[in-house]
Design a binder for this molecule. Structure first.
Ligand code: HXC
Length: 514
Protein backbone atom coordinates (compact mmCIF):
# COMPACT_ATOMS: atom_id res chain seq x y z
CA UNK A 1 0.00 0.00 0.00
CA UNK A 2 2.78 2.39 0.90
CA UNK A 3 4.15 2.19 -2.64
CA UNK A 4 0.71 2.72 -4.08
CA UNK A 5 0.19 5.81 -1.95
CA UNK A 6 3.59 7.10 -2.98
CA UNK A 7 2.70 6.57 -6.61
CA UNK A 8 -0.54 8.52 -6.16
CA UNK A 9 1.26 11.32 -4.39
CA UNK A 10 3.80 11.49 -7.18
CA UNK A 11 1.07 11.74 -9.78
CA UNK A 12 -0.72 14.52 -7.90
CA UNK A 13 2.49 16.42 -7.34
CA UNK A 14 3.08 16.27 -11.06
CA UNK A 15 -0.45 17.50 -11.75
CA UNK A 16 0.08 20.49 -9.47
CA UNK A 17 2.91 21.68 -11.71
CA UNK A 18 0.63 22.13 -14.75
CA UNK A 19 2.73 23.00 -17.81
CA UNK A 20 5.91 23.15 -15.72
CA UNK A 21 8.16 25.73 -14.09
CA UNK A 22 9.24 27.45 -17.33
CA UNK A 23 5.67 28.09 -18.42
CA UNK A 24 4.70 29.25 -14.92
CA UNK A 25 7.58 31.74 -15.09
CA UNK A 26 6.31 33.08 -18.42
CA UNK A 27 2.80 33.37 -16.95
CA UNK A 28 4.15 35.41 -14.02
CA UNK A 29 6.21 37.58 -16.33
CA UNK A 30 3.03 38.53 -18.14
CA UNK A 31 1.66 39.85 -14.83
CA UNK A 32 -0.71 36.89 -14.54
CA UNK A 33 -1.24 34.43 -11.72
CA UNK A 34 -1.40 30.70 -12.36
CA UNK A 35 -4.71 28.86 -12.41
CA UNK A 36 -4.02 27.38 -8.96
CA UNK A 37 -2.87 30.65 -7.42
CA UNK A 38 -6.14 32.21 -8.58
CA UNK A 39 -8.26 29.49 -7.00
CA UNK A 40 -6.35 29.84 -3.73
CA UNK A 41 -7.02 33.59 -3.62
CA UNK A 42 -10.67 33.20 -4.60
CA UNK A 43 -11.86 30.64 -2.06
CA UNK A 44 -11.68 30.21 1.70
CA UNK A 45 -8.24 28.98 2.72
CA UNK A 46 -7.88 25.22 2.39
CA UNK A 47 -11.45 24.70 1.19
CA UNK A 48 -10.74 23.60 -2.38
CA UNK A 49 -11.54 19.97 -3.22
CA UNK A 50 -10.33 19.13 -6.70
CA UNK A 51 -11.95 16.80 -9.22
CA UNK A 52 -10.46 15.14 -12.28
CA UNK A 53 -6.88 16.05 -11.51
CA UNK A 54 -5.68 12.99 -13.44
CA UNK A 55 -7.65 13.56 -16.64
CA UNK A 56 -5.61 13.76 -19.84
CA UNK A 57 -6.44 14.45 -23.49
CA UNK A 58 -7.05 11.64 -25.99
CA UNK A 59 -5.50 13.07 -29.11
CA UNK A 60 -2.79 11.49 -31.17
CA UNK A 61 -2.69 14.17 -33.85
CA UNK A 62 0.37 16.36 -34.32
CA UNK A 63 2.48 14.33 -31.90
CA UNK A 64 0.22 15.07 -28.94
CA UNK A 65 0.24 11.41 -27.85
CA UNK A 66 3.70 12.07 -26.41
CA UNK A 67 2.56 15.16 -24.60
CA UNK A 68 -0.11 14.47 -22.03
CA UNK A 69 -0.37 16.77 -19.03
CA UNK A 70 -2.41 15.76 -16.00
CA UNK A 71 -5.53 17.88 -15.65
CA UNK A 72 -5.44 18.86 -19.34
CA UNK A 73 -5.42 22.61 -18.86
CA UNK A 74 -8.27 23.19 -16.47
CA UNK A 75 -8.59 22.82 -12.72
CA UNK A 76 -12.08 22.02 -11.48
CA UNK A 77 -13.56 21.47 -8.06
CA UNK A 78 -15.68 22.63 -5.15
CA UNK A 79 -14.79 25.10 -2.44
CA UNK A 80 -16.29 27.69 -0.07
CA UNK A 81 -16.46 31.47 -0.19
CA UNK A 82 -17.25 32.97 3.20
CA UNK A 83 -18.27 29.49 4.27
CA UNK A 84 -20.82 29.00 1.48
CA UNK A 85 -20.26 26.37 -1.24
CA UNK A 86 -19.25 27.22 -4.80
CA UNK A 87 -17.97 25.33 -7.83
CA UNK A 88 -14.87 26.68 -9.53
CA UNK A 89 -13.06 25.98 -12.77
CA UNK A 90 -9.81 27.70 -13.59
CA UNK A 91 -8.17 27.37 -17.00
CA UNK A 92 -4.43 26.78 -16.92
CA UNK A 93 -2.67 28.74 -19.64
CA UNK A 94 0.58 26.88 -18.93
CA UNK A 95 -0.98 23.75 -20.45
CA UNK A 96 -1.45 24.11 -24.21
CA UNK A 97 -2.34 27.77 -23.66
CA UNK A 98 -5.40 26.76 -21.62
CA UNK A 99 -6.95 25.61 -24.90
CA UNK A 100 -10.15 23.62 -24.74
CA UNK A 101 -9.90 19.95 -25.66
CA UNK A 102 -12.60 17.30 -25.49
CA UNK A 103 -11.38 16.21 -22.03
CA UNK A 104 -11.03 19.81 -20.81
CA UNK A 105 -14.61 20.53 -21.87
CA UNK A 106 -15.85 17.34 -20.21
CA UNK A 107 -14.31 18.43 -16.92
CA UNK A 108 -16.16 21.75 -17.03
CA UNK A 109 -19.41 20.05 -18.05
CA UNK A 110 -19.13 17.53 -15.23
CA UNK A 111 -18.61 20.34 -12.72
CA UNK A 112 -21.64 22.21 -14.09
CA UNK A 113 -23.84 19.12 -14.06
CA UNK A 114 -22.93 18.40 -10.45
CA UNK A 115 -23.46 22.06 -9.47
CA UNK A 116 -26.91 22.05 -11.04
CA UNK A 117 -27.88 18.98 -9.02
CA UNK A 118 -26.53 20.49 -5.81
CA UNK A 119 -27.78 23.99 -6.57
CA UNK A 120 -24.57 25.95 -6.09
CA UNK A 121 -22.99 28.82 -8.09
CA UNK A 122 -20.35 28.19 -10.74
CA UNK A 123 -17.38 30.52 -11.04
CA UNK A 124 -15.27 30.22 -14.19
CA UNK A 125 -11.77 31.70 -14.33
CA UNK A 126 -11.06 31.96 -18.04
CA UNK A 127 -7.57 32.11 -19.54
CA UNK A 128 -7.51 30.21 -22.80
CA UNK A 129 -6.27 30.25 -26.38
CA UNK A 130 -9.69 28.87 -27.40
CA UNK A 131 -10.50 25.64 -29.15
CA UNK A 132 -7.57 23.16 -29.02
CA UNK A 133 -6.50 23.42 -32.63
CA UNK A 134 -5.12 19.84 -32.76
CA UNK A 135 -8.55 18.44 -31.85
CA UNK A 136 -10.55 20.21 -34.53
CA UNK A 137 -14.31 19.85 -34.44
CA UNK A 138 -14.21 17.74 -31.26
CA UNK A 139 -13.12 20.86 -29.43
CA UNK A 140 -15.90 22.91 -31.03
CA UNK A 141 -18.34 20.27 -29.80
CA UNK A 142 -16.90 20.72 -26.32
CA UNK A 143 -17.65 24.43 -26.43
CA UNK A 144 -21.20 23.77 -27.55
CA UNK A 145 -21.63 21.34 -24.64
CA UNK A 146 -20.61 24.15 -22.28
CA UNK A 147 -22.85 26.76 -23.97
CA UNK A 148 -25.84 24.44 -23.57
CA UNK A 149 -25.10 23.98 -19.88
CA UNK A 150 -24.58 27.72 -19.35
CA UNK A 151 -27.99 28.29 -20.89
CA UNK A 152 -29.79 25.56 -18.96
CA UNK A 153 -28.19 26.73 -15.72
CA UNK A 154 -29.24 30.35 -16.35
CA UNK A 155 -31.68 31.39 -13.65
CA UNK A 156 -31.14 28.11 -11.78
CA UNK A 157 -27.71 28.77 -10.27
CA UNK A 158 -25.68 31.99 -10.42
CA UNK A 159 -22.81 31.89 -12.92
CA UNK A 160 -19.85 34.26 -12.67
CA UNK A 161 -16.99 34.58 -15.16
CA UNK A 162 -13.59 36.14 -14.64
CA UNK A 163 -11.61 36.87 -17.80
CA UNK A 164 -7.94 36.69 -16.93
CA UNK A 165 -6.27 36.15 -20.29
CA UNK A 166 -7.34 35.64 -23.89
CA UNK A 167 -10.96 34.75 -24.58
CA UNK A 168 -11.60 34.88 -28.28
CA UNK A 169 -13.85 33.65 -31.05
CA UNK A 170 -16.87 31.59 -30.14
CA UNK A 171 -15.31 31.02 -26.70
CA UNK A 172 -16.61 34.44 -25.62
CA UNK A 173 -20.15 33.14 -25.68
CA UNK A 174 -19.80 31.01 -22.58
CA UNK A 175 -18.98 33.98 -20.32
CA UNK A 176 -21.47 36.08 -22.27
CA UNK A 177 -24.31 33.76 -21.24
CA UNK A 178 -23.27 33.84 -17.58
CA UNK A 179 -24.59 36.44 -15.15
CA UNK A 180 -21.49 38.53 -14.45
CA UNK A 181 -18.19 39.13 -16.24
CA UNK A 182 -15.22 40.52 -14.32
CA UNK A 183 -12.09 41.50 -16.29
CA UNK A 184 -8.50 42.42 -15.43
CA UNK A 185 -7.06 45.46 -17.19
CA UNK A 186 -4.20 44.94 -19.68
CA UNK A 187 -3.98 41.14 -19.31
CA UNK A 188 -7.42 40.03 -20.47
CA UNK A 189 -9.13 40.34 -23.83
CA UNK A 190 -12.46 39.33 -25.30
CA UNK A 191 -13.34 39.58 -28.95
CA UNK A 192 -15.12 37.60 -31.63
CA UNK A 193 -12.30 38.31 -34.08
CA UNK A 194 -8.87 39.66 -33.16
CA UNK A 195 -7.04 42.76 -34.42
CA UNK A 196 -5.50 40.94 -37.43
CA UNK A 197 -8.86 39.77 -38.78
CA UNK A 198 -10.33 43.19 -38.08
CA UNK A 199 -7.56 44.77 -40.16
CA UNK A 200 -8.13 42.40 -43.06
CA UNK A 201 -11.90 42.77 -43.09
CA UNK A 202 -12.56 46.37 -42.09
CA UNK A 203 -9.07 47.89 -42.59
CA UNK A 204 -9.16 49.24 -39.03
CA UNK A 205 -5.98 49.36 -36.97
CA UNK A 206 -6.82 48.52 -33.42
CA UNK A 207 -4.83 47.13 -30.51
CA UNK A 208 -5.87 44.09 -28.42
CA UNK A 209 -6.62 46.34 -25.44
CA UNK A 210 -8.62 48.85 -27.45
CA UNK A 211 -10.60 46.18 -29.27
CA UNK A 212 -11.44 43.91 -26.37
CA UNK A 213 -9.72 44.96 -23.15
CA UNK A 214 -11.32 45.48 -19.76
CA UNK A 215 -11.81 49.22 -20.19
CA UNK A 216 -13.45 48.81 -23.59
CA UNK A 217 -15.88 46.19 -22.32
CA UNK A 218 -16.70 47.94 -19.06
CA UNK A 219 -17.30 51.34 -20.66
CA UNK A 220 -18.24 50.96 -24.34
CA UNK A 221 -19.79 47.56 -24.95
CA UNK A 222 -21.15 46.75 -21.49
CA UNK A 223 -19.95 43.14 -21.95
CA UNK A 224 -17.98 43.33 -18.68
CA UNK A 225 -19.72 44.24 -15.43
CA UNK A 226 -16.47 45.04 -13.62
CA UNK A 227 -12.90 45.98 -14.61
CA UNK A 228 -9.99 45.98 -12.19
CA UNK A 229 -6.30 46.91 -12.26
CA UNK A 230 -5.15 43.43 -11.33
CA UNK A 231 -6.27 39.84 -10.82
CA UNK A 232 -6.27 40.06 -7.03
CA UNK A 233 -8.95 42.77 -7.19
CA UNK A 234 -10.93 40.68 -9.70
CA UNK A 235 -11.00 37.73 -7.31
CA UNK A 236 -11.81 39.95 -4.32
CA UNK A 237 -14.77 41.38 -6.27
CA UNK A 238 -16.13 37.89 -6.96
CA UNK A 239 -15.96 37.08 -3.24
CA UNK A 240 -17.98 40.23 -2.49
CA UNK A 241 -20.49 39.49 -5.23
CA UNK A 242 -21.11 35.96 -3.97
CA UNK A 243 -21.94 37.41 -0.55
CA UNK A 244 -25.07 39.12 -1.91
CA UNK A 245 -26.53 36.24 -3.87
CA UNK A 246 -28.26 32.97 -2.99
CA UNK A 247 -26.86 29.56 -3.93
CA UNK A 248 -29.69 28.87 -6.36
CA UNK A 249 -33.14 30.10 -7.41
CA UNK A 250 -34.91 28.31 -4.55
CA UNK A 251 -32.52 29.62 -1.92
CA UNK A 252 -32.70 33.05 -0.24
CA UNK A 253 -29.79 35.53 -0.33
CA UNK A 254 -27.58 35.45 2.77
CA UNK A 255 -28.75 37.71 5.61
CA UNK A 256 -26.27 39.62 7.77
CA UNK A 257 -26.80 40.27 11.46
CA UNK A 258 -28.47 43.61 12.11
CA UNK A 259 -29.20 45.70 15.18
CA UNK A 260 -32.74 47.07 14.92
CA UNK A 261 -32.36 49.06 18.09
CA UNK A 262 -30.98 52.23 16.49
CA UNK A 263 -32.09 55.63 15.30
CA UNK A 264 -32.42 55.32 11.52
CA UNK A 265 -33.23 58.95 10.68
CA UNK A 266 -30.83 60.67 8.31
CA UNK A 267 -31.22 64.46 8.68
CA UNK A 268 -28.79 65.13 5.77
CA UNK A 269 -31.38 63.79 3.33
CA UNK A 270 -33.77 66.67 4.08
CA UNK A 271 -31.46 69.10 2.28
CA UNK A 272 -29.91 66.87 -0.37
CA UNK A 273 -32.24 67.85 -3.26
CA UNK A 274 -31.26 71.23 -4.78
CA UNK A 275 -33.85 74.03 -4.72
CA UNK A 276 -33.49 74.40 -8.49
CA UNK A 277 -35.19 71.33 -10.04
CA UNK A 278 -32.79 71.40 -12.98
CA UNK A 279 -29.68 71.27 -10.85
CA UNK A 280 -28.01 67.84 -10.73
CA UNK A 281 -27.03 65.98 -7.58
CA UNK A 282 -25.33 62.66 -7.03
CA UNK A 283 -27.81 59.84 -6.43
CA UNK A 284 -24.96 57.69 -5.12
CA UNK A 285 -24.71 59.92 -2.05
CA UNK A 286 -28.37 59.10 -1.30
CA UNK A 287 -27.67 55.39 -1.81
CA UNK A 288 -24.76 55.51 0.64
CA UNK A 289 -26.99 57.13 3.26
CA UNK A 290 -29.78 54.58 2.85
CA UNK A 291 -27.90 51.28 2.92
CA UNK A 292 -26.26 49.40 5.78
CA UNK A 293 -22.75 50.71 6.58
CA UNK A 294 -22.83 52.78 3.36
CA UNK A 295 -21.68 49.67 1.47
CA UNK A 296 -22.72 49.49 -2.17
CA UNK A 297 -21.32 47.06 -4.75
CA UNK A 298 -21.91 48.92 -7.98
CA UNK A 299 -22.26 46.93 -11.18
CA UNK A 300 -21.49 48.38 -14.62
CA UNK A 301 -20.11 51.44 -12.83
CA UNK A 302 -18.68 52.99 -15.98
CA UNK A 303 -21.28 51.88 -18.51
CA UNK A 304 -24.55 53.80 -19.00
CA UNK A 305 -23.80 55.89 -15.93
CA UNK A 306 -27.17 57.62 -16.16
CA UNK A 307 -28.61 54.54 -14.45
CA UNK A 308 -26.98 53.10 -11.33
CA UNK A 309 -27.37 49.41 -10.47
CA UNK A 310 -25.78 47.31 -7.75
CA UNK A 311 -26.10 45.35 -4.53
CA UNK A 312 -26.35 46.58 -0.96
CA UNK A 313 -28.03 45.58 2.28
CA UNK A 314 -30.90 47.12 4.16
CA UNK A 315 -31.40 45.79 7.70
CA UNK A 316 -29.11 42.91 6.80
CA UNK A 317 -31.18 41.87 3.78
CA UNK A 318 -29.50 41.74 0.40
CA UNK A 319 -31.19 44.07 -2.11
CA UNK A 320 -30.63 45.17 -5.70
CA UNK A 321 -30.71 48.92 -6.29
CA UNK A 322 -31.80 50.51 -9.57
CA UNK A 323 -31.46 54.30 -9.50
CA UNK A 324 -31.54 57.14 -11.97
CA UNK A 325 -28.44 59.32 -11.80
CA UNK A 326 -29.41 63.01 -12.20
CA UNK A 327 -25.74 64.01 -12.46
CA UNK A 328 -25.29 62.10 -15.76
CA UNK A 329 -27.48 63.16 -18.70
CA UNK A 330 -29.99 64.36 -16.09
CA UNK A 331 -30.77 60.70 -15.35
CA UNK A 332 -32.53 60.19 -18.68
CA UNK A 333 -33.24 56.63 -19.82
CA UNK A 334 -31.48 55.69 -23.04
CA UNK A 335 -30.83 52.39 -24.82
CA UNK A 336 -27.78 51.33 -22.81
CA UNK A 337 -29.34 52.31 -19.48
CA UNK A 338 -32.47 50.33 -20.34
CA UNK A 339 -30.52 47.21 -21.25
CA UNK A 340 -28.29 47.54 -18.18
CA UNK A 341 -31.27 47.96 -15.88
CA UNK A 342 -33.29 45.16 -17.46
CA UNK A 343 -30.49 42.64 -17.17
CA UNK A 344 -29.86 43.48 -13.52
CA UNK A 345 -33.55 43.38 -12.59
CA UNK A 346 -33.97 39.98 -14.23
CA UNK A 347 -30.99 38.62 -12.30
CA UNK A 348 -32.42 39.92 -9.02
CA UNK A 349 -35.87 38.55 -9.80
CA UNK A 350 -34.49 35.14 -10.80
CA UNK A 351 -32.55 34.88 -7.54
CA UNK A 352 -35.02 36.28 -4.98
CA UNK A 353 -33.19 39.56 -4.42
CA UNK A 354 -35.64 42.39 -3.58
CA UNK A 355 -35.42 45.60 -5.59
CA UNK A 356 -35.13 49.19 -4.41
CA UNK A 357 -35.77 51.85 -7.05
CA UNK A 358 -34.63 55.44 -6.52
CA UNK A 359 -36.29 57.58 -9.12
CA UNK A 360 -35.40 60.94 -10.60
CA UNK A 361 -36.00 60.64 -14.31
CA UNK A 362 -36.99 63.27 -16.86
CA UNK A 363 -38.07 60.61 -19.40
CA UNK A 364 -36.59 58.67 -22.31
CA UNK A 365 -33.79 60.16 -24.40
CA UNK A 366 -35.01 61.93 -27.54
CA UNK A 367 -33.18 61.96 -30.90
CA UNK A 368 -32.66 60.09 -34.14
CA UNK A 369 -29.67 58.17 -32.81
CA UNK A 370 -31.80 56.69 -30.04
CA UNK A 371 -34.92 56.15 -32.16
CA UNK A 372 -33.07 54.53 -35.06
CA UNK A 373 -31.15 52.24 -32.75
CA UNK A 374 -34.35 51.12 -31.12
CA UNK A 375 -35.05 53.00 -27.90
CA UNK A 376 -38.58 51.64 -28.29
CA UNK A 377 -37.64 47.94 -28.27
CA UNK A 378 -34.78 48.47 -25.81
CA UNK A 379 -36.71 50.68 -23.42
CA UNK A 380 -39.37 47.98 -23.51
CA UNK A 381 -36.85 45.58 -21.97
CA UNK A 382 -36.61 47.71 -18.84
CA UNK A 383 -40.38 48.04 -18.62
CA UNK A 384 -40.82 44.30 -19.20
CA UNK A 385 -38.25 43.41 -16.57
CA UNK A 386 -39.92 45.56 -13.91
CA UNK A 387 -43.40 44.30 -14.86
CA UNK A 388 -42.52 40.62 -14.66
CA UNK A 389 -40.47 40.85 -11.44
CA UNK A 390 -42.27 39.25 -8.50
CA UNK A 391 -39.63 39.89 -5.84
CA UNK A 392 -40.34 42.63 -3.27
CA UNK A 393 -40.20 45.97 -5.10
CA UNK A 394 -39.97 49.36 -3.38
CA UNK A 395 -39.73 52.75 -5.08
CA UNK A 396 -38.74 56.14 -3.72
CA UNK A 397 -39.36 59.10 -6.05
CA UNK A 398 -36.85 61.73 -5.00
CA UNK A 399 -37.62 64.28 -7.70
CA UNK A 400 -38.74 63.84 -11.31
CA UNK A 401 -41.03 61.04 -12.43
CA UNK A 402 -42.12 62.14 -15.86
CA UNK A 403 -43.93 60.48 -18.72
CA UNK A 404 -43.50 56.83 -19.64
CA UNK A 405 -40.49 56.72 -17.36
CA UNK A 406 -42.83 57.23 -14.37
CA UNK A 407 -44.66 54.05 -15.33
CA UNK A 408 -41.49 52.14 -16.15
CA UNK A 409 -39.53 52.83 -12.97
CA UNK A 410 -41.46 50.35 -10.87
CA UNK A 411 -44.64 52.36 -10.51
CA UNK A 412 -47.50 51.10 -8.36
CA UNK A 413 -49.35 50.16 -11.55
CA UNK A 414 -46.74 47.54 -12.47
CA UNK A 415 -46.74 45.88 -9.06
CA UNK A 416 -44.52 48.17 -7.00
CA UNK A 417 -45.16 47.00 -3.43
CA UNK A 418 -44.36 50.19 -1.52
CA UNK A 419 -44.06 53.41 -3.49
CA UNK A 420 -42.93 56.48 -1.61
CA UNK A 421 -42.38 60.04 -2.80
CA UNK A 422 -40.40 62.84 -1.24
CA UNK A 423 -42.09 66.27 -1.04
CA UNK A 424 -39.68 67.34 -3.82
CA UNK A 425 -41.23 64.79 -6.23
CA UNK A 426 -42.66 66.01 -9.54
CA UNK A 427 -44.99 63.39 -10.97
CA UNK A 428 -46.54 64.37 -14.29
CA UNK A 429 -46.83 63.57 -17.99
CA UNK A 430 -43.87 65.80 -18.80
CA UNK A 431 -41.69 68.60 -17.45
CA UNK A 432 -43.31 72.04 -17.00
CA UNK A 433 -41.74 73.77 -20.02
CA UNK A 434 -42.59 71.09 -22.57
CA UNK A 435 -46.09 70.70 -21.18
CA UNK A 436 -46.91 74.39 -21.15
CA UNK A 437 -45.61 74.90 -24.68
CA UNK A 438 -47.95 72.19 -25.92
CA UNK A 439 -51.16 72.83 -24.05
CA UNK A 440 -50.98 76.65 -23.96
CA UNK A 441 -49.26 77.14 -27.32
CA UNK A 442 -52.04 79.24 -28.85
CA UNK A 443 -52.68 81.35 -25.74
CA UNK A 444 -48.99 82.12 -25.37
CA UNK A 445 -48.67 83.14 -29.03
CA UNK A 446 -51.78 85.34 -28.87
CA UNK A 447 -50.79 87.06 -25.63
CA UNK A 448 -49.60 90.67 -25.70
CA UNK A 449 -46.49 89.63 -23.85
CA UNK A 450 -45.83 85.97 -24.77
CA UNK A 451 -42.84 85.66 -22.45
CA UNK A 452 -44.82 86.82 -19.45
CA UNK A 453 -47.71 84.55 -20.41
CA UNK A 454 -45.32 81.60 -20.64
CA UNK A 455 -44.00 82.37 -17.17
CA UNK A 456 -47.53 82.63 -15.79
CA UNK A 457 -48.55 79.32 -17.29
CA UNK A 458 -45.34 77.69 -16.10
CA UNK A 459 -46.01 78.81 -12.53
CA UNK A 460 -49.58 77.48 -12.79
CA UNK A 461 -48.40 74.12 -14.10
CA UNK A 462 -45.65 73.77 -11.51
CA UNK A 463 -48.09 74.49 -8.69
CA UNK A 464 -50.63 72.06 -10.05
CA UNK A 465 -48.52 69.17 -11.32
CA UNK A 466 -44.88 69.43 -10.24
CA UNK A 467 -45.53 67.79 -6.89
CA UNK A 468 -46.40 64.36 -5.49
CA UNK A 469 -49.89 65.18 -4.21
CA UNK A 470 -52.08 64.29 -7.19
CA UNK A 471 -50.40 60.88 -7.26
CA UNK A 472 -50.86 60.62 -3.48
CA UNK A 473 -54.58 61.50 -3.75
CA UNK A 474 -55.07 58.51 -6.01
CA UNK A 475 -52.89 56.14 -4.02
CA UNK A 476 -50.35 55.94 -6.86
CA UNK A 477 -47.79 56.56 -4.14
CA UNK A 478 -48.44 54.97 -0.78
CA UNK A 479 -47.05 57.87 1.17
CA UNK A 480 -45.26 61.17 0.80
CA UNK A 481 -42.43 60.93 3.28
CA UNK A 482 -39.90 63.25 4.85
CA UNK A 483 -36.54 62.32 3.27
CA UNK A 484 -34.83 61.88 6.64
CA UNK A 485 -37.32 59.09 7.45
CA UNK A 486 -36.55 57.11 4.28
CA UNK A 487 -34.20 54.54 5.79
CA UNK A 488 -36.75 53.75 8.52
CA UNK A 489 -39.47 53.34 5.88
CA UNK A 490 -37.26 51.08 3.76
CA UNK A 491 -36.29 48.87 6.68
CA UNK A 492 -39.95 48.43 7.59
CA UNK A 493 -40.96 47.80 3.98
CA UNK A 494 -38.30 45.21 3.18
CA UNK A 495 -38.83 43.40 6.49
CA UNK A 496 -42.59 43.23 5.85
CA UNK A 497 -42.05 42.04 2.31
CA UNK A 498 -40.00 39.04 3.40
CA UNK A 499 -43.23 37.05 3.37
CA UNK A 500 -44.43 38.45 0.03
CA UNK A 501 -45.86 35.89 -2.41
CA UNK A 502 -46.60 36.79 -6.02
CA UNK A 503 -46.46 34.88 -9.29
CA UNK A 504 -46.88 35.32 -13.03
CA UNK A 505 -49.30 33.32 -15.19
CA UNK A 506 -48.10 29.84 -16.20
CA UNK A 507 -46.46 29.68 -19.62
CA UNK A 508 -43.58 27.99 -21.45
CA UNK A 509 -41.65 31.25 -21.34
CA UNK A 510 -42.41 34.86 -22.15
CA UNK A 511 -41.47 36.55 -25.39
CA UNK A 512 -39.61 39.47 -23.88
CA UNK A 513 -38.38 41.87 -26.59
CA UNK A 514 -34.70 40.80 -26.44
C1 HXC B 1 -3.65 24.60 -29.06
C2 HXC B 1 -2.64 26.49 -28.30
C3 HXC B 1 -3.78 27.25 -28.62
C4 HXC B 1 -4.87 26.57 -29.21
C5 HXC B 1 -2.33 28.56 -27.77
N1 HXC B 1 -1.79 27.35 -27.76
N2 HXC B 1 -3.54 28.53 -28.31
N3 HXC B 1 -2.59 25.18 -28.50
N4 HXC B 1 -4.76 25.24 -29.41
N5 HXC B 1 -5.96 27.20 -29.54
C6 HXC B 1 -0.48 26.98 -27.26
C7 HXC B 1 0.66 27.52 -28.11
O1 HXC B 1 0.94 26.65 -29.16
C8 HXC B 1 1.77 27.56 -27.07
O2 HXC B 1 2.28 26.27 -26.93
C9 HXC B 1 1.08 27.91 -25.80
O3 HXC B 1 -0.29 27.59 -26.00
C10 HXC B 1 1.16 29.38 -25.46
O4 HXC B 1 0.79 30.13 -26.60
P1 HXC B 1 1.65 31.36 -27.12
O5 HXC B 1 1.17 31.67 -28.48
O6 HXC B 1 3.09 31.10 -26.92
O7 HXC B 1 1.20 32.48 -26.08
P2 HXC B 1 0.95 34.00 -26.33
O8 HXC B 1 2.05 34.60 -27.11
O9 HXC B 1 0.64 34.57 -25.00
O10 HXC B 1 -0.36 34.07 -27.23
C11 HXC B 1 -1.59 33.61 -26.74
C12 HXC B 1 -2.64 33.56 -27.88
C13 HXC B 1 -2.09 32.77 -29.07
C14 HXC B 1 -2.99 35.00 -28.26
C15 HXC B 1 -3.87 32.92 -27.27
O11 HXC B 1 -1.53 31.55 -28.59
C16 HXC B 1 -3.12 32.48 -30.10
O12 HXC B 1 -3.43 33.34 -30.91
N6 HXC B 1 -3.63 31.25 -30.07
C17 HXC B 1 -4.61 30.80 -30.99
C18 HXC B 1 -5.93 31.41 -30.68
C19 HXC B 1 -7.01 30.91 -31.60
O13 HXC B 1 -7.05 31.27 -32.75
N7 HXC B 1 -7.81 29.96 -31.08
C20 HXC B 1 -8.86 29.41 -31.76
C21 HXC B 1 -9.95 30.45 -31.70
S1 HXC B 1 -11.40 29.89 -32.41
P3 HXC B 1 3.82 25.96 -26.62
O14 HXC B 1 3.90 24.48 -26.55
O15 HXC B 1 4.59 26.55 -27.75
O16 HXC B 1 4.10 26.64 -25.33
C22 HXC B 1 -12.14 29.21 -31.14
C23 HXC B 1 -13.43 28.67 -31.54
C24 HXC B 1 -14.30 28.41 -30.38
O17 HXC B 1 -11.72 29.15 -30.07
C25 HXC B 1 -15.58 28.10 -31.01
C26 HXC B 1 -16.66 27.90 -30.07
C27 HXC B 1 -17.94 27.85 -30.83
Amino acid sequence: MKEKIEHLEKLKKKALKGGGEDKIKVQHEKGKLTARERVELLVDKGSFDELDMLVTHRTNNFGLNDNKILGDGVITGFARINERPVAVYSQDFTVFGGSLSEAHAEKICKLMDMSMKMGIPVIGLNDSGGARIQEGVVSLGGYADIFLRNTLASGVIPQISAILGPCAGGAVYSPAITDFIVMAKNTSHMFVTGPNVVKTVTHENVSFEELGGAITHSTKSGVAHFAFDNEIEVLECIRKLVDYIPLNWKDQPPIKEFNFDQDFSIPELDSIIPENPNKPYDMKSIIHHLVDNGEFLEIHENFAENLIVGFARISGLSIGIVANQPSVLAGVLDINASIKGARFIRFCDAFNIPLLVLEDVPGFMPGTEQEWNGIIRNGAKLLFAFCEATVPKVTVITRKAYGGAYDVMNSKHIRGDFNFAWPSAEIAVMGPKGAVEIIFNKEIKKAKNPEKELEKKLAEYIEKFANPYIAAERGYVDDVIVPSATRTKLINAFQLLRSKVDANPKKKHNTMPV
